[in-house]
Design a protein around this ligand. Structure first.
Ligand code: AMP
Length: 217
């Protein structure tokens, strides 16, 4: 199964992608996580992308292409992939088609667009906290940790991501809207593009995605 999750930052793509990986045994390919891993590791690539990400802008298509190409090779043998935060531009969407073709895989099974009003996006992102060690996600109101500021799973410190600060979120949303119309147009021609309402509990949204997948596959 090959699924793309589209949607603005903060609509819940990461959470829903994790649910899909567990339900279907898929690999999650989240370019944002891969980039953050590079930064945490202090690699040359990490140093190159840190400032761009800190400003809420997009990393170049060439860098993303290299990252995805490396990861997708290994996934080809697996049960499938859920793409989270990729593609973000038409050039990346074209690259993905090409990579799947080169790997001898069929086309995408579903492209799911998660919609959410901007006020709710801002509320979710400003309350989001992530674990510095294992990456687990929390929300100070919707899904608080048992002990304030500490991860339930591993006990490490929880932080507000650098690019989840309000001024950067505004730029990330602007960049998202700038690219999204063209990306949706790309996927309207041919793929199984389905819009899903992202408002509601994690379980409610997950059920809607499930229904959309059943209809699309
Ligand atoms: P995310 O975790 O998906 O919200 O991504 C965080 C940041 O990483 C974005 O604001 C971009 O700077 C960068 N990024 C992640 N995925 C991509 C992508 N597919 N193309 C370009 N930049 C990306």
């Amino acid at each position: 199964m090959l699924i793309v999750l589209l949607g603005a930052p903060g609509v819940g793509k990461g959470t829903q992608a994790q649910i899909l990986t567990q339900r279907y045994g898929l690999m999650r390919l989240a370019t944002g996580d891969l980039l953050r891993e590079e930064i945490a590791a202090g690699s040359e690539l990490g140093r190159r992308v840190q400032a761009v990400m800190g400003r809420g802008e997009l990393v170049s298509d060439a860098i993303i292409a290299d990252l995805v190409r490396q990861r997708l090779d290994g996934a080809a043998a697996g049960r499938g992939v859920v793409f989270d935060g990729f593609p973000r531009t038409v050039a990346q969407a074209q690259l993905l088609e090409q990579l799947l073709h080169d790997l001898g895989r069929r086309r995408l099974d579903a492209v799911i667009q998660i919609d959410l009003p901007t006020e709710e996006i801002v509320r979710r992102i400003s309350g989001r906290r992530s674990c510095t060690h294992c990456g687990a996600l929390y929300h100070i109101e919707d899904h608080p940790p048992r002990s304030a500021g500490r991860c339930d799973r591993c006990g490490a410190q929880l932080v507000l991501r650098e690019d989840d600060r309000p001024e950067v979120v505004a730029e990330r949303l602007r960049v998202y809207h700038q690219h999204t119309a063209l990306l949706l147009k790309f996927y309207q021609n041919g793929s199984h593009l389905v819009a899903v309402d992202g408002d509601g509990t994690v379980e409610e949204v997950s059920q809607r995605i499930q229904q959309a997948l059943t209809a699309a596959t």
